[in-house]
Design a protein around this ligand. Structure first.
Ligand code: MEV
Length: 390
């Protein structure tokens, strides 16, 4: 019995931090991925790389098992292995990719109960989705009933298994819930949705034209409810010769602390919300340029975004040095993710020169093209591993 699923990391072209306040943003799935494999544990303990799973050290996995793999309902402990090439705590969405891949593996390992109406229409008897409001990925609840839809579950008719049970929206909504729990209740759905859907994901405060609207997400935060409209931007027109070169400073910077730092700064000086709004304006300009394929303007918006992020206090000397090194050979460069360390990204037509400049300035360079897959199942053997009522 074994299931393995993988999800890509992400890098943000515009709008990090401001997106937590509901401003627009764009993130791209990168080539680097994380894979999560699960199989029944050899004993009564959950295991990660052979060691007992420490719930405090792995809040993402811990929250997910309560949503999808309830011990109270008889789900057996699992042994988890993680591998991949997304550097951790570096702003490349490693925790979102991990959550999304783990969610996919658990769903595929469990299958999904369905109901069928008299006229043959099928619907979910269990699960989480943007269009479902009788299960809630975000709040705590009776673990045994987690994810079971009260009215439909009693009328379940059959199960679907394997890749057929996998749902990209479900991985995105659970991934967001898990990120929010790990970030003290403040997280945009950007990372989880990009790692789940792949491609290029745009968030906005309104439903935008010229992009496929995916769904709306909401989250109650300490300072009010946020609403985001998520869109699939599709492949950039005429962007075949464009590359993202990511420069890793090697400085670890946990997202939760950076997000809290920005929230505190705004609480102390509410007029700094202007800076957040300016990032939103820059992101809008960048999005418009991306839609019309004007990559010089996309690069300029990235560089302007970096100036604002520095002002907000989330850059650092190591990031600034890599951004400066990449600038001459790229269309634009900025930090990506929460900042304070981690990675920067440059948009370039000359990935070799940009990578060399980043490495010379002390960074580790990774190259990625656009158009990468979202979450996917890699392996499944002897499934389901468990399902409710089995
Ligand atoms: C982290 O990758 C991006 C932030 O905007 C946080 C978030 O969106 O939840 C800093």
């Amino acid at each position: 019995m074994l299931v393995e699923a993988s999800a890509p990391g992400k890098c943000i072209l515009f709008g990090e931090h401001a997106v937590v306040f509901g401003q627009p943003a764009v993130a791209v799935a990168i080539e680097q991925r994380i894979s999560v494999s699960i199989r029944p544990s050899v004993d009564e303990h959950w295991r990660l790389e052979g060691h007992r799973l420490d719930a405090k050290k792995h809040p993402h996995l811990n929250t997910l098992r309560h949503r999808l793999w309830p011990t109270k309902a008889g789900a057996p402990p699992l042994s988890i292995h993680i591998h991949g090439d997304i550097p951790r705590a570096s702003g490349l969405g490693s925790s979102a990719a991990l959550s999304v891949a783990a969610c996919a593996a658990l769903r595929v390992a469990r299958g999904r109960w369905m109901t069928e109406s008299r006229d043959g229409e099928q619907s979910w008897a269990e699960g989480y989705a943007s269009t479902i409001d009788d299960t809630d990925a975000y709040s705590t609840f009776d673990e045994e009933q987690a994810g079971l839809r009260p009215s439909t579950y009693d009328n379940r008719t059959h199960q679907i298994h394997g890749a057929e049970a996998l749902d990209v929206d479900e991985c995105a909504v659970l991934g967001h819930a898990v990120e929010a729990a790990a970030q003290g209740g403040r997280a945009s759905p950007m990372d989880a949705s990009t790692c789940s859907h792949g491609g290029i994901v745009m968030l906005s405060d309104v439903v935008e034209h010229g992009a496929e609207h995916l769904y709306q997400r909401q989250l109650e935060m300490s300072d009010g409810r946020r609403t985001w409209q998520l869109h699939d931007l599709g492949m950039p027109v005429g962007g075949e010769d464009l590359f993202l070169v990511i420069g890793n400073t090697g400085v670890h910077a946990p997202t939760a602390a950076q997000v809290a730092k920005v929230a505190e700064a705004i609480q102390l000086e509410p007029e700094r919300m202007k800076e957040i709004e300016t990032i939103g304006t820059i992101a809008r300009r960048g999005i418009a340029a991306l839609k019309r394929g004007d990559y010089e303007a996309v690069g300029r918006a990235m560089t302007e975004n970096q100036i604002m992020l520095r002002g907000l206090g989330v850059s650092c000397p190591e990031l600034d040095a890599l951004v400066r090194a990449a600038a001459p050979s790229s269309l634009g460069a900025k930090l990506t993710g929460a900042g304070g360390g981690g990675c920067m990204v440059a948009l370039t037509r000359d990935p070799k020169t940009t990578s060399e400049a980043i490495e010379l300035a002390g960074g580790r360079a990774l190259v990625s093209q656009f158009g990468n897959d979202g979450v996917r199942v890699e392996t499944m053997v002897s499934i389901p591993i468990w399902s409710p009522d089995s």
